[in-house]
Write a protein that binds this ligand. Structure first.
Ligand code: ADP
Ligand code: ADP
Length: 230
């Protein structure tokens, strides 16, 4: 079954920039999806549609077969189920300590204290930063901040994890580590969607790839279909 669908989505920013044109996608539950494209292709704009931060000018987004509703209460529910890790961790981190940062989301859901603690511990372990729990977020390295921002989203236990350029600015070794974390998360059943401009990464990691250019999907298929044809 499809967990997320984009149906003929059109979007333009207030300044008139057309960012998405006739975008169709049908994301299968539990799969690893790469959205491949260069800067400005529309990947981030699409992701912001997947959790309702942006609303299509035309077309629609569906979650688990239902057209997304933009009522406040329905949007909160959608954002609980579709988590986005942004490219720049500094845009996402605002708490004093790592532990506070990761517990913020679960606390906001109104979960019991023991459940909040369980989720934070699990997210710390999954991202291999348990040793950083008491550190001030501003004192962390770039790679560490990336992990904290991922952990904060994981603690929400989303059904879909979306990562905008998870390996941007990371060296090959750190990139591999991040991709291994995402594999582990996928192995537990979470649908993982990422954007990248790295063709090799998409080929090696994804079950299914969408290629975007100038706001359109210009190709899609399994890595073998996309990269070995012709
Ligand atoms: P990508 O994530 O693939 O780099 P984006 O979704 O960020 O692409 O951008 C798609 C297009 O929308 C680009 O032309 C970009 O310049 C434009 N864009 C992105 N954000 C804004 C914004 N806030 N206002 C106006 N144009 C924007
Ligand atoms: P570690 O995880 O061993 O502490 P870092 O987090 O310091 O390593 O670095 C991880 C990667 O991120 C390295 O490739 C480094 O060059 C890069 N990096 C570090 N700081 C920044 C930054 N402010 N902006 C972009 N890239 C950075």
């Amino acid at each position: 079954s499809f967990i997320l669908e984009a149906c003929a989505v059109e979007f333009a920013y207030p300044d008139g920039t057309v960012a998405l044109q006739g975008v169709n996608m049908a994301i299968e539950r539990g799969k690893k999806i790469a959205v491949l494209g260069s800067n400005g292709a529309g990947k981030s704009t699409l992701f912001l549609h997947f959790n309702g931060i942006l609303r299509p000018r035309q077309g629609e987004i569906r979650f688990a077969g239902h057209k997304v509703s933009y009522k406040h209460k329905d949007l909160l529910e959608l954002r609980k189920r579709v988590g986005i890790v942004f490219q720049d961790p500094d845009s996402q981190l605002f708490s004093a300590s790592v532990y506070q940062e990761i517990s913020f989301g679960p606390l906001n859901l109104g979960l019991a204290e023991a459940e909040v603690r369980r989720r934070v511990e699990q997210a710390l372990a999954a991202t291999e930063i348990s040793h950083l729990r008491d550190k001030p977020t501003h004192a962390l390295s770039y790679g560490q901040k990336k992990r904290v921002s991922l952990a904060a989203i994981l603690a929400m236990e989303p059904e879909v994890l979306i990562c905008d350029e998870p390996t941007a600015w990371l060296d090959p070794r750190h990139s591999r580590q991040v991709m291994e974390l995402l594999d582990n998360i996928s192995d537990k059943g979470t649908t993982v969607i990422l954007s990248t401009h790295d063709v090799e990464l998409a080929y090696d990691w994804a079950d299914y790839v969408y290629v975007m250019q100038q706001g359109r999907v210009i190709g899609q298929g399994t890595p073998a279909e996309i990269f070995l044809d012709e």
